[in-house]
Design a protein around this ligand. Structure first.
Ligand code: ADP
Length: 200
């Protein structure tokens, strides 16, 4: 009986790469990074986009405050350095998902160019799709989905973005969605038109 060469290893002993996983999933991993004020519509759009993609057969993961701040980042607060660390970890987690071929939809205010640039750098510009979910502060405040603006105006929340902490207009966006002018359906349609050619 011939013995197997020591130099030949079956392929399944090799670590599988992104390319194989993308073939398995029949999609390209990308991060859709939704930036904008609280109440601008990031979570609403992420949920709708995820459902539409699911129906079309795409595997996705939404990352937001609910599954990040309560879990891996539950030791972080809202100081400048903690906000930075919050986004750094989110970007690293997103990169792991993308390397698995998963489409990751992120809903974080990410208020400064520096923070968004860091995320883009970690994830890689080719895999980073930046969506500016934009409604005027006045509209977001009127919506006050979580009652946070009322509390911020009362001084109960320090350094609240848009009130006592700046939101810098994003300069490297792939698309701007004006949620005060568009319906949810129209907004979702515009995002899908942008991303479908890049994930399919
Ligand atoms: P964020 O996640 O950015 O804090 P939310 O998605 O929680 O914001 O809240 C946005 C609110 O605005 C929701 O009540 C939503 O129904 C409303 N809204 C109105 N028009 C739009 C739109 N075109 N896109 C997204 N949300 C919209």
């Amino acid at each position: 009986m011939p013995t197997k060469s020591k130099d030949i290893f079956p392929v399944f002993h090799e670590i599988l790469g992104r390319a194989e996983k993308e073939i398995l999933l029949n999609q390209h991993g990308k991060v859709i990074w939704l930036t904008g004020l609280s109440g601008a519509g990031k979570t609403t759009l992420a949920k709708h986009v995820e459902k539409e993609l699911f129906v079309k057969g795409f595997l996705t993961q939404v990352l937001d405050g609910d599954n990040i701040r309560t879990g891996i980042n539950n030791n972080l607060g809202f100081t400048d350095s903690d906000r930075f660390e919050n986004i750094r970890r989110i970007a690293e987690i997103s990169k792991l998902f993308v390397n698995c071929g998963v489409i990751t939809i992120n809903c974080f205010i990410s208020p400064t160019e520096e923070i968004r640039d860091m995320a883009r750098r970690i994830i890689g510009a080719d895999d980073f799709i930046e969506v500016y979910v934009n409604a005027p502060l006045r509209v977001c405040e009127e919506r006050d989905v979580k009652g946070l603006y009322t509390r911020a105006r009362r001084g109960e929340i320090k350094e609240f973005t848009g009130i006592t902490s700046p939101f810098e207009t994003p300069e490297n966006i792939d698309i701007e969605i004006r949620t005060d002018l568009l319906s949810v359906e129209e907004s979702v349609k515009q995002i899908l038109e942008l991303i479908l050619p890049r994930i399919g």
